[in-house]
Design a protein around this ligand. Structure first.
Ligand SMILES: C[S@@+](CC[C@H](N)C(=O)[O-])C[C@H]1O[C@@H](n2cnc3c(N)ncnc32)[C@H](O)[C@@H]1O
Length: 218
């Protein structure tokens, strides 16, 4: 058990030290097949479960069409499916992580309808106002993507829809979230319904970052 926790911590440290997209893709290529085991058993990863529950607390319409952004292997989608959400797509730029997400099932049906291979650093080939919800867990963290992708994500989110996410406290300001969110709020593009610090792993001694619910207003 200690070995598993050590291995998991090593992978997490590798994830936090990434310096470019090639390294990120290479990490997730190596990690895809064992990601769930190391994150859930090795590190008692809580974020997908807590974020899905938060979205469910704010969103009554379980039939809304949700995009799981930076879905990885689909842990957040699995949690949403268990909470009754049944129109889910996954988006990630790692083929290998999406291959695992593709096999994910709930009540014998695939968790995701569509798997979208796309880079959040680029404009998305998705029509404006397509989705009625977005979830992103563990994506906005050390050495991953920053607030640069928010305009595109709010473009594809229908007005009145919710975006449930986590943002690690260490990158909230440095990766542009603080400024971009305050700019969007001032311009009436989004409203923050919930933003509280919380733990991401069961073993965390203190909160690692924010749990957030934004609403797209236009
Ligand atoms: C820490 S994992 C989180 C996966 C999943 N959401 C979870 O909570 O288990 C981060 C995921 O974001 C994806 N990712 C990172 N940067 C990305 C980008 N620029 N475009 C698309 N996906 C990206 C990675 O491939 C990886 O699957």
């Amino acid at each position: 058990m200690a070995d598993k926790a050590d291995q998991s911590n090593e992978l997490l440290q590798r994830a936090y030290a990434l310096s470019n997209d090639e390294e990120t893709k290479s990490l997730y290529r190596d990690w895809a097949q064992t990601y769930d085991e190391t994150m859930l058993e090795g590190l008692s990863y809580l974020t997908p479960c807590k974020t899905a529950k938060l979205l469910s607390d704010y969103e009554d319409n379980k039939k809304c069409y949700i995009l799981d952004v930076g879905s990885g292997t689909g842990l957040a989608g699995q949690e949403l499916a268990e909470l009754g959400f049944n129109k889910l797509d996954a988006l990630d730029y790692s083929n290998e992580m999406l291959d695992v997400a593709k096999l994910r099932k709930h009540n014998k049906a695939p968790v995701y309808r569509k798997l979208i291979l796309a880079d959040l650093n680029e404009p998305l080939k998705i029509a404006t106002n397509t989705y009625e919800g977005i979830i992103a867990t563990g994506l906005f963290t050390h050495a991953h993507i920053g607030a640069i992708c928010l305009p595109e994500l709010f473009r594809i989110l229908k007005p009145g829809s919710l975006f449930a996410t986590t943002v690690h406290k260490d990158i909230w300001a440095s990766n542009g979230f603080k400024n971009k969110v305050s700019e969007f709020e001032k311009e009436g593009i989004i409203k923050t319904h919930y933003r509280q610090m919380g733990t991401y792993f069961k073993t965390d001694k203190e909160p690692q970052g924010f749990y957030i619910i934004w609403e797209s207003l236009k």
